[in-house]
Design a protein around this ligand. Structure first.
Ligand code: ZN
Length: 329
């Protein structure tokens, strides 16, 4: 699992540029499903036959990034955000474009950190002029953070664990499931970070009876952290509410029952910010019962997100248990 996470997080795939990560996941799961398709938006949908109920899982492939808005005469790239990015976390960070071009983020002089808006920042790709910069990168190209995976033993640090850890959970569950009792639609979605867009069209096409997203959640277990109940290493988090979703009571009950029955460590999650693909799935057609299995993650949306492998394992087991439980609604 560690090695899978290392490979998944090393691939740059900012929202809208998911080609490389999709190709990687496609190769990884092709022998573990009955059908594998890519829809118009670019979602990868792995189907595995199992029963009457249509169960959709969703893990998003994209990660937050920056998009080039202009190139100035000295060859510095001005940029906007793709997804939720905090300007004060960007200074001196490294980014890489899908074509391999690397850069470091610099800042204009500011007297107060509060003045550090995106407009004050630029990407330096080592070009001495606009002409030289344009041989490497053009306006409209999107870059992602560029940092290596760090193995801390039980815990690991990487960029894009949001949501490659969800992708890892779904890949591993597909490999482990032996007797699926529902028709499984394992969707690896695009453009979650810019508004849950891929999940919306994927769910419309699938028309699932039930939808479950796999994503990261924040924690309250670091010094002077916001008062959140979720902790690293305490198990898979069963979401109760975030900004995009109030988990359908039947889904919450189902996941809790399956965790209890199988001795899977779990915790309940209430998140006062953010949303996931489940928020889009639940609003499909006349409504779909939806929920989320979350993996607690520290330093969300930074280049150094941290998760605990115990939580990853618990999430895989809970997904497999759900796949192998005949669901009636
Ligand atoms: Zn996410």
């Amino acid at each position: 699992m560690k090695d899978l996470l290392r490979r998944l997080t090393s691939i740059p795939a900012p929202s809208g540029r998911e080609e490389q990560i999709r190709a990687f996941i496609q190769a990884e799961i092709k022998d573990y499903c009955d059908d594998l398709t890519v829809d118009t938006m670019g979602n990868l949908i792995a189907f595995k036959r199992g029963g009457k109920t249509k169960l959709q899982f969703a893990a998003h492939m994209d990660e937050i990034g920056v998009i080039v808005t202009a190139i100035d005469e000295q060859g510095f790239l001005r940029f906007g955000n793709v997804g939720g990015i905090r300007p004060h976390q960007l200074y001196a960070q490294r980014v890489r474009f899908p074509n391999g071009t690397a850069g470091v983020i610099g800042a204009e002089k500011v007297d107060d950190l509060k003045q550090l808006t995106l407009e004050k920042l630029y990407i330096d790709i080592g070009a001495a002029s606009a002409a030289e910069a344009k041989t490497k990168v053009n306006v409209g190209e999107i870059a992602a953070f560029d940092y290596p995976f760090v193995d801390l033993g039980q815990r690991v640090v990487a960029k894009a664990l949001d949501d490659r850890v969800g992708c890892a959970v779904l890949i591993e569950a597909l490999k482990r499931v032996t007797k699926p009792q529902n028709d499984l639609y394992c969707t690896f979605t695009v453009q979650e970070e810019v508004g849950l867009r891929g999940a919306k069209t994927a769910a419309f096409g699938i028309e699932p009876d039930l939808g479950i997203a796999l994503d990261v959640t924040g924690t309250g277990d670091t010094p002077e952290a916001p008062k959140l109940a979720m902790k690293l290493g305490q198990g898979a988090a069963i979401k109760v509410k975030d900004v995009s979703l109030i988990t359908h009571p039947q889904v919450k009950e189902l996941l809790t029952m399956l965790a209890e029955k199988n001795g899977i460590p779990y915790q309940f999650e209430v998140l006062p910010f953010g949303g996931t693909d489940a928020g889009a799935i639940q609003l499909t057609k006349a409504g779909i019962p939806a929920g989320v299995i979350s993996i607690p993650c520290r330093y969300l949306h930074s280049p150094s997100e941290m998760i605990d492998l115990n939580d990853l394992e618990a999430a895989v087991r809970l997904v497999v248990a759900t796949m192998e439980h005949p669901i009636t609604l």
